[in-house]
Design a protein around this ligand. Sequence first.
Ligand code: MG
Length: 311
Amino acid sequence: MAAPIEHMHVQVNDVGPRDGLQNQSTILTPAQRLQLIQALVDAGVSSIEVGSFVSEKAVPAMAGTAEICAALPATDRVRYSALAPNLKYYDRALAAGIRIVEVFVCATHSMNVKNVRCSVDESMQQAQALIQRATADSVETIAAVAVAWECPFEGKTPPQAVFDMTRRYFEMGASTVLIADTIGAANPAAVFELMSELVAEHGSERLACHFHDTRAMGLANAFAALQAGIQRFDASVGGLGGCPFAPGATGNVPTEDLVMMLHQMGYTTGIDLEKLMAAGELAGRLTGTATGGRADRWRRLQLEKGKPLGW
Ligand code: MG
């Protein structure tokens, strides 16, 4: 049986414009990326990761993020964030007007070296410098633990590594710690176990989860985390995404599917599912890859029959 729903609101952070687009072979222009962000805002999404400040050579799909930040739809209803791997890029994010910065470190050595060519310790030191500066600047930070359940090179991630990193992040002053199944290899039992322990130690308010749907367990994993008390989730409109260092990894949990599950369970997200479908359709048109989510066909049939999607 489902645990009683104590907090009816779930915050859905759409990372499509960042995690989704960074892995596409089709590179969108800043104007197209803004169009997608606008569609998400129109759908009522209240938290959006708009891009990353990284080497444009390494990740050409994210070139022009500063330009995007300068033209974001003006609203104080939406929390806009961006990824920045270190202080140098943090400065650029701040100069572009970003006030919520995400930083990440992989929980395993091999994956961290593949991603950023340094050890976990070195990356944690860089994260510390960034988080301390952000705290002084009153900038919110989302500190992510990547490959929190499994690493493509080392296999299962020892939970202790995740517990230690989470604790260190909070000691550094991180506002939120994001536990990420970067390659989509977690399972609901492992998610429930890990997140229950983390919630017991840190409470649920400052924790969030990020799941990919590689092995079709993305939504089940989100449900397991929800049962463990998590109320903040990343998702990607249309299920956009992948991981350049993990062959076969697919996109994040499609926002459309996550929102539909949450609404059917009685949670609120503030998101209009029909408008979100329009954003998913736009993502598909722009990239040629977004699917609209796994239940897209069913949702469209319902709408054709004039039946509501909400409960
Ligand atoms: Mg990801």
